[in-house]
Design a protein around this ligand. Sequence first.
Ligand SMILES: *Cc1c(COP(=O)(O)O)cnc(C)c1O
Length: 429
Amino acid sequence: MKDNLATYYKELGVSKEVYEYSVKIEKKLKDRFNDLDQIAELNQLKVLKAMQKNRISEAHLEGTTGYGYNDLGREGIEGVFADIFQTEDALVRPQITCGTHALGIALSANVRPGDEILSPVGKPYDTLEEVIGIRPSKGSLAEYGVTYAQVDLLENGDFDFENIKNAINEKTKLVTIQRSKGYATRPTLSVKRIGELISFIREIKPEVLIMVDNCYGEFVEETEPSQVGADLVVGSLIKNLGGGLAPIGGYICGKKELIEQCSYRLTTPGLGKEVGATLGVNRLFLQGIFLAPTVVNSALKGAIFAANLYESLGFPVIPNGTESRHDIIQAVEFGDGDKLIAFCQGIQAASPVDSYVTPEPWDMPGYDSDVIMAAGAFVSGSSIELSADGPMKEPYAVYFQGGLTYPHAKFGIMMSLQKMVEKSLVTLS
Ligand SMILES: *Cc1c(COP(=O)(O)O)cnc(C)c1O
């Protein structure tokens, strides 16, 4: 069996040296992986329970066209999501084009001119800067007279409770909390810490709305932020909860009246949730959420494997090899452009799609340096599938995430190491 494996790896371009080094690293991760399997098991049961409670049947797998009135599958899916998140209602639609769109809907639907949005965890994800108007942009909430306040985390990553308290005023209508660090350097927040922050804020202003940007965090833990007091949780279906199958889409789960507001913003006042044909995606949404617990588990194992492998080679890795995980993103700082390029080329070479393509750094619009990206995905831009990117500047960090199966994530990381070994950028001891 072991010999067969080594042979297969060899045929796919992984040397015996890289294979043996990887095996040695992986051996130490058994207990970690075991803990992750228990979380996946719990979340799998959570999904099954929600599907059974909503009496999902073959009819739900079909879709509608045109206006999409009485779309049984759509209503079933929204019931399943609401039960998974333990919320009153949910909006889960292919008309939600991406995570930013879902967040934009949730924000703009629930504030009015004169209201203020507060982020107590520092700067939100890049794309939200234009939604809110932190960077001037056409159609931003700032143009509609919605103001924005921000309190950064303290240097050690703790909440700045004193300044959060000072920032909450009579205008504060909605507090937005981003769970994952995204591509920033702050720590990712555990659900427990989010709960502590929400309790603190509620003591100061009980009626304030609290929204959590849940991207990349879903099913990483046993609970979701809606179970610790968030009024709205929002994310993308081409990340964790699409399970790699959803070809598009986003979700918003939360209080009934807030979801209703979101529905009027997504479609139009008066129509709300009643319209929105699903065009045949219901089966993919349902099968995707069904697979999501083990897909997230695979991505997490890949991230932990990579962290330990590159840490053992002396590179700074964030999170480090032993830290507890609250999202699926892994960063490795190479401090050298050639290593960053080799890493991405290895990930690409391991892909099921476009494996023969060689990624090169390019001058991507909106970035102040060249960027290199690797992705060979079934769904374009999907970041629950194995993918990596990094800006060509100090500290030459790669951010990578995903992997629909652990064997694929592992192979991708082995190939990344292989490329570095071939170019004599690292030596294995
Ligand atoms: C990916 C992401 C978004 C935006 O999602 P898109 O689908 O890329 O628009 C927002 N917030 C966080 C934390 C994310 O990781």
